[in-house]
Write a protein that binds this ligand. Structure first.
Ligand code: HPA
Ligand code: ZN
Length: 347
């Protein structure tokens, strides 16, 4: 799809707005080119002839049809260098989109269950994140995410294996997330481990209300005590819940192109992002798994601007929401919000 000249101008303007990405799975940034490179490097056989065949396979009907490919793709990630290369490629890409801060989920169980040590995963991610902080000026945090289709005991074992690394990565690993197959795996399945993680002082987020019902958003808030909801678009089915989200200003990390690709909505024009925003919900725009869903952060902003007729002021509010909903300290937020105000007024 080619952009009209006015869209190119809008793209340049939105790119210059300082933005945070708060809902991003690092395993979901694995582009087919890198998948093939790593497969060759590690001697992993892929069930695809070439990168075009991989892209052609990205026809998803629901969350599970995506997760099957996503976990299969991650099998090429084996060494510290692989995790570094994956993360660095993502950071370079978002730097070009005007992202100044990223809160990145990673799924240790996807790797430890294949025999990859959790130390390898942390080391590769952290080397890239620290290098990007120093060379690109992008700050970042890590959210260790549990796979909800597995047991809470498995999540506890993962937490135990990660805790000895906490000191070494205290500048990065600040929080906990919950992802994978939502339906049938409600938040309360993980109540005990979230209570433990709260005691340990971690920031808490969880996917809820993507494919699952609004009630999962409610239990993520009431039972897991999360500070932020990943997705949460089904919240609009429950007006009382919506009022709670508005009153408490609970951020929703919405992923519009993901919702389109996974058939959560059938057309972007039907997405409730603008309605939620206009109702006073603290919504943010994010890319989720950009290598699989056809767009990085700026693509998500632009696609929404077009499909939902977002005004310039609304785009600035969305960027401000992303900074406000981040786990950055207040001084860093204030500095970035000031930069946003300045950038927004520049043509
Ligand atoms: N939902 C649930 N689990 C996931 C997703 C998602 O959108 N992306 C990667 N893991
Ligand atoms: Zn997600």
């Amino acid at each position: 799809m080619s952009l009209a000249p006015q869209d190119t101008a809008l793209r340049t303007w939105v790119r210059r707005l300082p933005k945070a990405e708060l809902h991003l799975h690092i395993e979901g940034t694995l582009e087919p080119e890198l998948m093939f490179e790593l497969a060759a490097r590690n001697g992993v056989a892929l069930p695809y002839a070439d990168v075009d065949a991989v892209r052609a396979a990205y026809q998803f009907t629901d969350l599970q049809s995506f997760l099957d490919l996503y976990y299969a793709g991650a099998s090429v990630l084996m060494t510290e260098q692989d995790f570094y290369d994956l993360t660095m490629a993502y950071l370079r890409r978002i730097h070009a989109d005007g992202v100044v801060h990223a809160e990145i989920m990673f799924d240790p169980q996807t790797h430890t269950h294949r025999g990859i040590p959790i130390e390898t995963v942390f080391a590769g991610l952290a080397r890239a994140l620290r290098e990007a902080r120093d060379t690109l000026g992008i700050s970042s945090y890590l959210l260790l995410s549990f796979l909800r289709h597995l047991s809470q005991d498995d999540a506890f074992a993962t937490l135990e294996s990660a805790l000895p690394l906490r000191d070494a990565y205290q500048d990065l690993w600040i929080g906990i997330g919950l992802d994978s197959a939502e339906l049938g795996n409600p938040p309360e399945k993980f109540a005990d481990i979230y209570a433990r993680c709260a005691e340990l002082g971690f920031m808490l987020v969880a996917h809820a209300g993507e494919e699952g019902p609004a009630d999962y958003v409610r239990t993520a808030l009431d039972t897991l005590h999360v500070a932020r909801i990943d997705h949460g678009v089904r919240s609009s089915d429950d007006p009382a819940l919506l009022q709670t989200l508005i009153q408490r200003q609970i951020p929703l990390t919405v992923c519009p192109l993901s919702n389109l690709k996974l058939a959560v909505v059938s057309r972007l024009a039907d997405h409730n992002l603008a309605q939620l925003l206009r109702a006073g919900v603290l919504v943010t725009i994010n890319s989720d798994d950009p290598a699989y869903f056809g767009g990085y952060l700026l693509d998500n902003y632009l696609a929404c601007a077009q499909a939902l007729d977002l005004s310039h002021d609304e785009l600035v509010t969305l960027a401000a929401n992303s900074l406000n909903a981040s786990f950055l300290p207040i001084a860093a937020k204030t500095r970035l919000l000031d930069q946003l105000t300045l950038a927004a007024t520049q043509a």
